[in-house]
Write a new protein. Structure first.
Length: 80
C-alpha cells in the first residue's frame, strides 16, 4: 500500500511540473508566491518547486534515506 501511495505522489509531482500553466489557470495566482518569488511567474515557480519537492521527498522516503536523515536531525532532541 505504501508503494502505491508513493507512486501516486510521484505522478502528482510530475503532473505539477509538466502542467503548471493548467494548474495556474485553474487555481489563479498565489499572492504570496507572486510577492516573494517574483512578480511575473512566481506562482508557476512555486508550483514547479512544490512538484519537484514532492518527487524528491517521496523517493527519499521510499528508499529509507528520509527516515535516517530525520533520526539524525531530530534524534538527539527526541532521544530516539
Amino acid at each position: 500500500m505504501n508503494w502505491a501511495i508513493g507512486i501516486i505522489v510521484i505522478l502528482v509531482g510530475i503532473f505539477m511540473v509538466l502542467k503548471t500553466q493548467w494548474i495556474v489557470s485553474f487555481t489563479g495566482p498565489i499572492a504570496w508566491a507572486e510577492e516573494h518569488l517574483g512578480t511575473e511567474g512566481g506562482t508557476r515557480m512555486f508550483i514547479k518547486l512544490l512538484g519537484v519537492l514532492m518527487i524528491i521527498l517521496t523517493l527519499l522516503a521510499a528508499t529509507g534515506i528520509l527516515g535516517d536523515w530525520l533520526k539524525g536531525i531530530f534524534g538527539p532532541t527526541l532521544k530516539m
